[in-house]
Design a protein around this ligand. Structure first.
Ligand code: ZN
Length: 504
């Protein structure tokens, strides 16, 4: 007997490979293998990182919710990602940051990996099953290069190995994911570093010879060097998920050249296509513009959580950011603005309040109103269908708002709670709870935590003021000193009031 929800609510996904909506059929159900290209850890996590992690967190959660057993691999890129991604040229991003900050590259990697994980934990993103790093898989990458060389799809020049796209394109269609045509790319290409070594400008490096000044370097059959960026994802996805697996994910910006390169590498090494379903999320703009450091509109997650940025009129809780991202379907663009985030904050509060209200409703059946009964059940069923239709969180949230109105109606006795059956009431409770907490991962803790903390500090300040009024300076000083040790600095203003700030 099969009680898994995925048989009742079969999932369909839009596959970037075919540009079609397809019924999702994993290779070995109930097992699902999913790989997501993770961050290059050389700077603070920002909204783009949040979108990718949150969108795929919900995909991960919903697959598990439907009854699949998911192995979710999300990598950490800590070597080989060069400044000019398209040309595969420039300095290694991690190396450059290490040089500028006079730190070991691995110090940079460690620092920003922690920062990334901390931010994601606040966003209530579940950790992946495996989080492998590129530098931890140098041997696997060398083995894949050897296999590609053996099959004749790569060539060596002066200690570097390049993938031979010309040879590949004779046998396979290049650009299936991005829609790019190789000839157009090559005619429009700029002169770039290493071009004299390559047979064709878009051949990409599998292995690069390290110049004497290059810090990150490993021994290989071709001398000391470092792997190309695209190669790590082929090495780590196939190691943990097999040569062909179910889902490969990433942002739209990774389709070219990164994912095209992965497809080519898999063919060169294994004569396989790496993944059956390619899922790409859309990107985030800020007030209609692409986020970039040079435009001054680059906002880190820390800055969003604290409100410490010129473009921000207030701080936004991680739950608000999460909800803001999920209000859009993952394939739709998202534009950030203070107004949009403030609206998200209100919307989230409305949903969480309805959830709390629902928990307090006391149901006893009376005369059943068939129409209302049916309406509630249909809305509950619709939650499943919206999510099973290509993970449509935008439509799911709209249905949850409809249900919130019903819940508030019951609460304010505009609707008769006794007019729905016990089964319907239980269906409503379970569905609302499951989709808000388990599937969307929305929770109030982040905001409540802050309110609670602020409330406790205010309480201590008022006790201290009383102590001072009673000339009990021992107690007053004790409160001030111990709060200081906890990172809360009190300041007595001239007007007699006391303010506080956090020192860490
Ligand atoms: Zn990747």
């Amino acid at each position: 007997m099969d009680h898994a929800l995925y048989t009742k609510y079969p999932l369909s996904v839009v596959n970037s490979l075919t540009r079609q909506k397809e019924v999702f059929e994993p290779i070995n159900p109930p097992l699902v293998g999913m790989y997501l290209c993770g961050p290059t850890v050389y700077g603070d996590p920002h909204l783009g990182h949040a979108r990718s992690a949150v969108n795929f967190d919900v995909i991960f959660r919903y697959l598990a919710f439907l009854g699949y057993k998911v192995r979710y691999v999300r990598n950490i890129t800590d070597v080989g990602h060069l400044e000019d991604e398209v040309a595969g040229a420039g300095e290694d991003k991690v190396s450059k940051k290490a040089r500028l900050e006079k730190l070991e590259p691995m110090e940079i990697v460690q620092l920003y990996t922690y920062r990334y994980r901390d931010a994601l934990r606040l966003l209530n993103v579940l950790p992946p099953s495996i989080e492998p790093s590129a530098t931890g898989h140098i041997i696997e990458q060398i083995e894949i290069i050897q296999s590609i060389l053996k099959h004749g799809y790569a060539y060596e020049v002066n200690g570097s190995i390049y993938f031979d796209l010309g040879k590949y394109a004779q046998e396979q269609e290049y650009g299936q994911i991005s829609g790019k045509v190789l000839e157009d790319l090559q005619s429009g290409s700029r002169q770039t570093e290493g071009l004299d070594e390559k047979r064709s400008p878009h051949d990409f490096a599998l292995w690069k010879k390290a110049n004497p000044e290059h810090i990150m370097r490993w021994d290989s059959p071709w001398g000391e060097g470092f792997p190309g960026w695209h190669l790590e994802c082929t090495a780590m996805s196939t190691k943990y998920l097999g040569e062909t697996f179910d889902i490969h994910g990433g942002g739209l910006d990774l389709q070219f050249p990164h994912h095209e390169a992965e497809v080519a590498q898999s063919y060169g090494a294994f004569h396989n296509h790496p993944a059956n379903y390619w899922i790409h999320h859309n990107l985030i703009t800020i007030d209609g513009q692409k986020m970039s450091k040079s435009k001054g509109n680059f906002i880190t997650l820390d800055q969003l959580f604290t409100g410490d940025h010129a473009l921000l009129v207030q701080a936004y809780s991680p739950a608000t950011i999460r909800f803001f991202i999920l209000q859009a379907h993952y394939r739709s663009p998202v534009d950030f603005s203070n107004e949009a985030l403030q609206a998200a904050e209100k919307g989230l509060t409305r949903l969480l309040n309805a959830q709390e209200t629902l928990g307090k409703l006391n149901h006893q059946s009376g005369t059943i109103d068939e129409k209302l009964n049916k309406e509630i059940n249909q809305l509950c069923e619709q939650c499943y269908w919206e999510m099973s239709d290509d993970f449509n969180t935008a439509k799911l949230i709209a249905v949850l708002f409809d249900l919130s109105s019903k819940i508030n109606g019951f609460n304010h006795q505009k609707l008769d709670l006794a007019a729905i059956s016990t089964e319907t009431f239980q269906h409503l409770r379970k569905t609302f709870q499951d989709f808000i907490s388990e599937v969307l991962g929305l929770q109030a803790e982040a905001t409540n935590d802050t309110q609670q903390k602020e409330g406790l500090i205010e309480l201590l300040i008022s006790i201290r003021n009383q102590a001072r009024a009673n000339k009990d300076f021992a107690t007053s000083d004790q409160i001030r000193d111990q709060l200081k040790e906890l990172g809360v600095q009190l300041k007595d203003e001239k007007a007699g009031s006391t303010t506080y700030s956090f020192t860490n």
